[in-house]
Ligand binder design. Structure first.
Ligand SMILES: [Zn+2]
Length: 438
């Protein structure tokens, strides 16, 4: 067994912070260390204690004065949309039809899917993101490329072949039978291989016929442990169109409820315009509403009501995500920077501890993966990100007057990006510094 001792300041969350002063919500060690072996955190604590328990002659990596946190987690993005980012469109439906659907058609080609997969995983690592929940394209080749690259890098990833059989170009359509067979094939080929998790992925109600939604329902009952991901209530025109397509449903959320798609492993991208009845349905089933701030602003979709959803009598579980390529940054720091501003516009606060909780443990809880990722707890996978609050000249100048951990986190979130990520560890292996090395 190869062991490594990683030294630096440690920060990991025990639960969601209630206020900026809620220091019981996190574990912070100003001179800490992690003993890593077999890709897992063996011991976590003060440097002196961890060092004393470590084998003689152990390899030591000293990251002081930087901050070591669990790797960031992104709970919603689209792997085939790396070349869709920054496309000039008026709104969601125009953006999908003009840019996104034509681009996704290219993923029928294995060589293209494999090339983009390499760029995608490089970018995740560059940004300190060690787990992402991704939509592939409708083509099985895109899921194969995604999971093969993830397996090669030993990353914990969630992904799914998109199911869509209407309201898109011919090159992006499957059929109910094809979507069933190919989703089953992706599950057989990739679920549980390495650290891969397959998600059942009907794109959204607009692009699936009732027959295909029945197929999604069958898959969920056959594979109840799998994640489910789709989109819900992002844009007013989308909601109207959905309700026209499913006139028997009470509302948009009810479309998914009727096909058994709500549940504790179900992730619904956006959820900006939910009614009280819909939020109750989400809450009662433990479904997760995924907040995608940069995407919501870019597409003008609306302001995600984070506090209204989490503080209601029947709270809704939430997570945060980049939603590439509707989103405008791969960085979870930038994502939470925009989340902060969206709350400001609603007269609400998002304190920096809450932000960093959401990027790590909060998102791990939303994915039901907190036993493995999202904290620095011994026994969990050693996926880490190392942060430097003085990464640029402007940040270094601002850092001179930082005098608390809250200040440091807020500086990282507001001014930081991939340059603030000193190193990213995947299962104990330094992955950022070795990018392009093999
Ligand atoms: Zn999306």
């Amino acid at each position: 067994m190869t062991s490594t001792l990683i030294r630096g300041r440690l920060l990991s969350f025990n639960r969601a912070p209630q206020t900026i002063d809620d220091s019981a919500a996190y574990f912070y060690e100003s001179d800490g260390a992690l003993l890593i072996g077999d890709g897992v955190i063996k011991t976590s604590g003060p440097y002196g204690v961890v060092k004393a328990a470590a084998p003689d002659g152990i390899t030591e990596i000293d990251h002081r004065p930087h901050l070591i946190m669990p790797g960031f987690i992104d709970t919603h993005l689209h792997f085939p949309q790396m070349q869709v980012m920054a496309s000039y469109a008026a709104n969601l439906l125009e953006w999908l039809n003009t840019y996104t659907f034509p681009e996704e058609c290219r993923f029928v080609e294995t060589a293209h899917a494999e090339r983009i997969a390499v760029h995608f995983f490089d970018e995740m690592i560059r940004q300190g993101t060690t787990t992402a929940t991704a939509y592939c394209s409708v083509h099985k080749a895109s899921a194969d490329a995604f999971f093969a690259e993830s397996l090669k890098r030993n990353m914990c990833m969630v992904g799914g072949k998109v199911m869509m059989d209407r309201n898109a170009p011919q090159g992006l359509l499957d059929t109910p039978d094809m979507s069933y067979d190919e989703t089953r094939a992706v599950i057989a080929d990739w679920h549980g291989k390495g650290r891969n998790h397959v998600a059942i992925t009907p794109r959204f109600a607009i692009t699936s016929t009732p027959e295909q939604m029945e197929v999604a329902k069958s898959l969920v009952s056959e594979f109840p442990d799998l994640h489910v991901q789709t989109h819900l209530s992002e844009n007013r025109d989308e909601i109207t169109f959905t309700c026209e397509l499913y006139p028997e449903a009470k509302d948009y959320t009810d479309v998914y409820a009727r096909y058994g798609l709500l549940g504790p492993k179900s992730l619904f991208g956006h959820c900006i315009h939910l009614s009280d009845r819909e939020a109750d349905a989400m809450s009662e089933t433990g479904s997760v509403a995924v907040f995608c701030p940069t995407s919501n602003l870019f597409l003008g979709s609306g302001l995600f009501p984070l506090r209204a959803l989490t503080r209601r009598q029947k709270p809704v579980r939430v997570s945060v995500a980049s939603d590439i390529g509707g989103g405008t940054s791969y960085s979870m720091l930038k994502t939470l920077d925009e989340a902060y501003k969206i709350l400001q516009l609603q007269g609400e606060r998002l304190n920096p501890f809450d932000s960093f909780y959401l990027m790590t443990r909060g998102n791990a809880e939303a994915l039901s993966l907190v036993e493995r990722i999202g904290t620095l707890e011994p026994g969990t996978d050693a996926d880490l990100t190392v942060l430097n609050m003085a990464a640029t000249p402007a940040m270094a100048l601002r850092a001179e007057v930082v005098n608390s951990l809250a200040d440091e986190l807020f500086l990282l979130q507001t001014m930081g990006d991939d340059r603030a990520i000193v190193e990213t560890y995947v299962a104990g292996r330094p992955a950022k510094s070795s990018l392009g090395a093999d």
